[in-house]
Design a protein around this ligand. Sequence first.
Ligand code: NAD
Length: 486
Amino acid sequence: MKDFLNFINGVYVPSSAGKTFDNINPVNGQVIGRVHEAGRAEVDAAVAAARAALKGDWGRLSVVERCKLLDALALEINRRFDDFLQAEIADTGKPHALASHLDIPRGAANFQIFIDTIKSTSTEAFNMRTPDGKTALSYGVRVPRGVIAVVCPWNLPLLLMTWKVGPALACGNTVVVKPSEETPATATLLGEVMNAVGVPKGVYNVVHGFGPDSAGEFLTRHPDVDGITFTGETRTGEAIMKAAAEGVRPVSLEMGGKNAAVVFADCDLQVTIDTLTRSCFENTGQVCLGTERVYVERPIFDQVVAALKERAEAMKPGDPYAKDTKIGPAISQEHQAKILSYYDKAREEGATVVTGGGVPDMPDELKGGAWVQPTIWTGLPETASVITEEIFGPCCHISPFDSEDEVLAKVNNNRYGLATAVFTQDIARANRLAQQIEVGLCWINAWFLRDLRTPFGGSKQSGIGREGGVHSLEFYTELRNVMVKF
Ligand code: NAD
């Protein structure tokens, strides 16, 4: 049985209160490890270590020296690619093909991209004349914000964690990471990588546990944390914002979505169906950017429904390491139950179940896993819960539309505003819509294609702030103005 320990001041430490919880493999429901829950004592120690590191060796490093360490981190993650891959797969059950192409490479890239950003971003400078005829030169200096609390979800554990830790370290901060209770492995493993490449102790710390009355709350309420970056559900983000109000700490929030896809009759159907298959079902629909509402122009509605049905039915669930496995389980029995409750609700609300709607038949050794069928519905009104609420499962509702205005109104009629994908050959129409859809990210004839220099984040209840490229500097640094009179 593997023990997942907290990582504080460069050392792995167990729970001082002797509290542990099970780490469960969602593929078969088996316990694969024991996670050591951090109490207030561990969180205090982690924050103190992070504070001390700011004033120690780490705080004295130049940008170039910090960048060398970031580069070494990326190289060491790649050197230990298989360890990270196995840890991520054991925690999440996601197919090997997906984790090896997305999660682990992006985990390494998230350290590398911010080397360029931090080395090449300048600050502003203004000269002005003073009333007494002298000159005043103002210039900006970016300084680290301090100790950053990093609170992460379970769907892309290494990728989303390093998306925050990378820029935080590039900017000279120190971090205390609270990984999801469902996926403790890769954050723990990253501690070994930090030590191996010589990142000073206390710069990267990990505390395990849950949210309320556990490590998550202790960390986000901690008075010595200078900023909180969070990815997860909107209602958790609300709780974290309240915690951050004490002491007026800044927050960066990446939260839920109810993302739409808009398909016009002139689209490239092959590209559209390929892309929708990924956006609706990849990672078992557990991607914040995933599509759960599809709007299709009426002339090709039946064609799109039939094509996506065929693709959904070809998504073979199974062992993550099997070559023909296309879809993994939900992250946990609890999340499986949540997804299935929406499958029931859709039926109660009168949906036509085009495909799926339940649990797939699995071989005996996988029956204990959190499996759900890829599911497609049609026929529901816009008020139906599966059209308005985030499910975070491999499912979508498909509705027909007749005009651009109609579809725009429908897409925008939601409290979330994370992402949209528009499929059409009419580039003017695509751009017109993209500029009116109330989201942080809009793809045209694509989905989840990322240039890490660009702003990432949500509008409305999907988030506050943008991360990526220079935009990450807004959160991870404090911009100080210096004015000199001469
Ligand atoms: P979650 O909000 O349940 O948990 C996220 C993290 O917050 C976990 O580490 C959890 O322990 C912690 N937490 C929970 N309550 C807390 C509290 N009161 N105080 C402090 N910490 C607390 O989210 P999840 O179920 O892990 O992830 C799924 C959600 O994440 C979905 O809503 C999805 O849309 C969202 N998400 C958003 C993005 C994005 O970039 N916008 C990316 C991935 C996932």
